[in-house]
Write a protein that binds this ligand. Structure first.
Ligand code: GLY
Length: 304
């Protein structure tokens, strides 16, 4: 068994470990852990602690992938409903679709027993408006009847959050699975989807070979299909290390569009893992648990 997650996973990582130890299906274990992350208001990129879009509305992206069946469930730009990752799991289990977005995703969530609520915290609302007001200048009085495109530079500041929570595991049944959740980039354009709900970009899992999931700049991993590339490379015989290096090479070949950092998290079917920081500032940490460990360990990602 193995459980790997990014640093934001701390509120729920131990819960997922406990469930894996009890023999739970990996997806159930990770969705339970992510639910805790989504409820923790001090995690500023996921769930209640996340930041809103440019109009001050929370829009959540989340997904699960069962690596044994390659079934996927995802929600994108989901308003007013948490926990988003649990809704994604319901999409996988109850619909012939893999992804729902926006109002359709909200409708489905309500139909399956989730309750709509205000998910924007007062403190987040205050900071959202303070920063936006500065960008708007004299146009602030007319907001929201202003063009939003010029404001999109607001989200390109590296200080603004574009993190996610990603979990990968190999469970007691040797199933390799992935789960993700995020509020997406702070001050994103309404309707923007990141990589976290996009199979192949923000996550991919195949119990025969391994799994990968990415945090930070989703626009880049969508363009490179980063997570699928890693798992496909392992299928074609590359080692985990080489597969991740190949994905990093593809990211580094991008020369146009919005370019910034990406963190790749990956595991293989031998129980090995690799976490690589491509152009993110500072040390990037991640959580790891294997049965030989008495406690989960917080480790530092390798630099690409
Ligand atoms: N990787 C998170 C996002 O781009 O929304």
């Amino acid at each position: 068994m193995i459980l790997l997650a990014n640093s934001e996973a701390w509120p729920g990582f131990a819960d997922s470990v406990a469930l894996l130890k009890q023999g739970a299906h990996g997806l159930d274990a990770m969705v339970a852990g992510i639910g805790k992350v989504e409820r923790e208001t001090s995690v500023r990129s996921v769930g209640y602690g996340g930041w809103p879009n440019m109009l001050g509305r929370m829009e959540f992206d989340a997904a699960v992938m069962d690596g044994t069946t390659r079934d996927v469930g995802a929600v994108g730009a989901l308003p007013d409903i948490l926990p988003a990752c649990a809704v994604a799991q319901q999409v996988m289990q109850r619909l012939p679709h893999v992804m729902l977005t926006g109002e359709g995703a909200k409708r489905f969530a309500i139909e399956t027993g989730f309750s709509p609520e205000e998910t924007l915290l007062d403190d987040s609302k205050r900071i959202w408006w303070e920063r936006l007001e500065k960008e708007l200048g004299a146009d602030a009085a007319r907001f929201p009847d202003v063009p939003l495109i010029p404001l999109s530079t607001t989200i390109t500041d590296p200080e603004r959050v574009r993190d996610t929570t990603v979990f990968l595991c190999r469970d007691s049944q040797r199933g390799i699975h992935s789960a993700t959740s995020t509020s997406g980039w702070a001050w994103k354009y309404p309707g923007r989807l990141g990589d976290s709900p996009i199979a192949g970009a923000g996550f991919y899992a195949d119990s025969r070979y391994g799994a990968a999931a990415c945090t930070h700049t989703g626009e880049m991993t969508v363009r490179c299909s980063t997570s699928r590339s890693i798992v496909l490379a392992m299928k074609l015989g590359h080692s985990l290390e080489d597969a991740v290096a190949l994905a990093v090479e593809e990211l580094s070949e991008l020369s146009t569009g919005f370019l910034a950092g990406v963190v790749i998290h990956a595991i293989d079917a031998h129980g090995d893992h690799r976490v690589v920081n491509f152009r993110c500032q500072g040390d990037i940490k991640y959580w790891l648990w294997e049965p030989s460990m008495s406690q989960p360990e917080l480790r530092t990602a390798l630099r690409a």
